[in-house]
Design a protein around this ligand. Structure first.
Ligand SMILES: [Zn+2]
Ligand SMILES: [Zn+2]
Length: 496
């Protein structure tokens, strides 16, 4: 049985590597094929299907049917002036269609181009997101405080809901701890309805253990010099390492899981500084750190921050750095396919009939091909995009979704109820994922905007439920799954 399971697993890995080869080694052919299909689709849509979506006034149609450039140029202004509203509608729909096409392209490009976020390399150089050196403390604290503020706000809202509607009292006894923690946040000076959070409140939560980063080490990654492993740690963790090392220089493990105050000397130090204070130990090879929500990707052979899955169609992982673009790409592509399916069926009916073909610039086969592709792909994509949005709303990644199902069963057997520490409420989770909402620099409308928006988290600090010591409820830390039991890359349908 064990052998059979291993054989099945090995064949899955072969399929995966084949898909990876298609997008990697055979990249140019694959990209060319995709470009050809997309070009055919777009040409077909704008030359034969778009007219069903936004018909031109008959006088303008008649003008174009003359096929005489002189007639068209001379008659166009007066024809447009005759039907101003119809023309405004026509241009609006045209603009919307171009916007959809642009959004699909932009989000795909960003999902491929943006680094998914490896533990050692971090997010991206584009925003000056420094991991160490001058200014790094400001960079780190920006992410940490955003997570703290979101957690406080979510705790307040949970409390408000509890006291606002006593009838909807939950039977979950575990919530009591969380609510008492939330109560602690609602000190006498704070109005429940207020969204403003004082600096003192932020400081109190920041110093507590509710949002403390939990870090392990990855034994699947290649070992790295100790200075490199320590340089990529957040300053508050490195401070502990440093203080411990000054007391007992040769420790078996270099990671400690205890909250302590940040040492001033650790702020803004560079990788060179770390190397210097480590001294002779600096070049010792150690497994790299692996913060919570990080998983090892066997295809990329590295650890990815907030790993979702490895996507062969992007030829890289989906992680904290590019997850936003990946999901928005799926959403826009399913919108695009839906538009084609709804506007194209009339054209397809004409293409399969025996009537004379009325679109001189489009071969009769193109609408059939485009329609079939968009109908199948659009349906599959819409289902996957909806599922992805749903699990984002639950505060989970694809990997965590399968892990949490396991935890739920585990805690049920123990007579407890499982609670996901990253689940701050459906809308909160969505706002955090897309980095919009009350504590973001980005308005809610930027969800529609095709431009770069950095993630709310650095991949180490996450907003969490209060009063749970930063861990899931109903499952012991030693019962939590690691990459050693489950091969992570198989977790997503796109990875196969
Ligand atoms: Zn790893
Ligand atoms: Zn990967």
């Amino acid at each position: 049985m064990r052998f059979l399971a291993q054989a099945v697993h090995r064949s899955f890995r072969k399929v995966e590597h084949c898909a990876d080869w298609m997008t990697g080694a055979a990249g140019p052919i694959f990209v060319l094929l995709c470009c050809a299909l997309v070009s055919i689709g777009m040409w077909t849509f704008f030359t034969s299907m778009f007219i069903n979506l936004a018909p031109l006034p008959p006088s303008i149609q008649h003008l174009f049917n003359t096929h005489s450039p002189a007639h068209i140029i001379l008659g166009l202004t007066s024809a447009i002036a005759e039907h101003p509203w119809q023309m405004i509608r026509w241009f609006t729909i045209l603009f919307a269609c171009f916007f959809i096409v642009y959004s699909i392209g932009y989000h795909y490009y960003m999902a491929v181009k943006e680094p998914s976020g490896s533990v050692l390399e971090g997010l991206s150089e584009a925003l000056g997101e420094r991991r160490n050196g001058p200014g790094s403390e400001l960079w780190w604290s920006r992410y940490r405080r955003r997570a703290v503020r979101e957690s406080i706000l979510a705790a307040r809202q949970a409390k408000r809901r509890k006291f606002g509607s006593q009838s909807s009292r939950t039977s979950n006894g575990d919530l009591n701890g969380r609510n008492s923690a939330a109560h602690g946040l609602l000190n006498d000076n704070t109005s429940i309805s207020s969204n403003s959070i004082s600096d003192a409140e932020v400081q109190r939560v920041e110093d507590g253990e509710d949002l403390w980063v939990h870090v392990k080490m990855c034994h699947k990654c290649q070992r790295v010099p100790l200075w490199k492993a320590l340089a990529c740690l957040p300053p508050e963790l490195r401070a502990i390492e440093r203080s411990l090392r000054s007391k007992r220089p040769l420790s078996a493990s270099y990671l400690v899981d205890e909250p302590e105050l940040l040492d001033d000397a650790t702020r803004g130090e560079s990788a060179e500084d770390v190397r210097r204070w480590l001294g002779a130990e600096a070049e010792n090879l150690v497994p790299p750190p692996k913060p919570e929500r990080t998983h090892h990707c066997s295809i990329c052979d590295t650890c990815i921050l907030k790993f979702d899955h490895h996507c062969p169609w992007l030829n890289q992982c989906v992680g904290i750095g590019n997850e936003r673009y990946f999901v928005l790409f799926m959403v826009w592509l399913s919108i695009g396919c839906t538009v084609v399916v709804f506007s194209g069926w009339k054209t397809v009916r004409k293409a399969v009939s025996f009537d004379p073909w009325e679109f001189p610039y489009t071969p009769r086969l193109f609408p059939l091909l485009t329609f079939a592709l968009c109908a199948i792909m659009g349906f599959a994509l819409a289902v996957m995009a909806a599922w992805q949005l749903l699990i984002i709303g639950w505060g989970e990644t694809s990997v965590e979704n399968s892990d949490n199902t396991h935890y739920r069963e585990l805690s049920k057997r123990k007579g407890l109820s499982f609670s996901n520490v990253y689940d701050l409420g459906f809308m909160h989770n969505l706002a955090l994922y897309f980095n919009i909402g009350p504590f973001s620099h980005h308005s809610i409308f930027t969800i529609l905007a095709p431009w770069r928006i950095e993630p709310y988290s650095d991949g180490w600090h996450f907003a969490k439920k209060m009063g749970m010591s930063g861990r899931h409820e109903g499952v012991n830390p030693e019962e939590e799954l690691t990459d050693d039991e489950v091969e992570r890359d198989d977790a997503h349908p796109l990875a196969k």
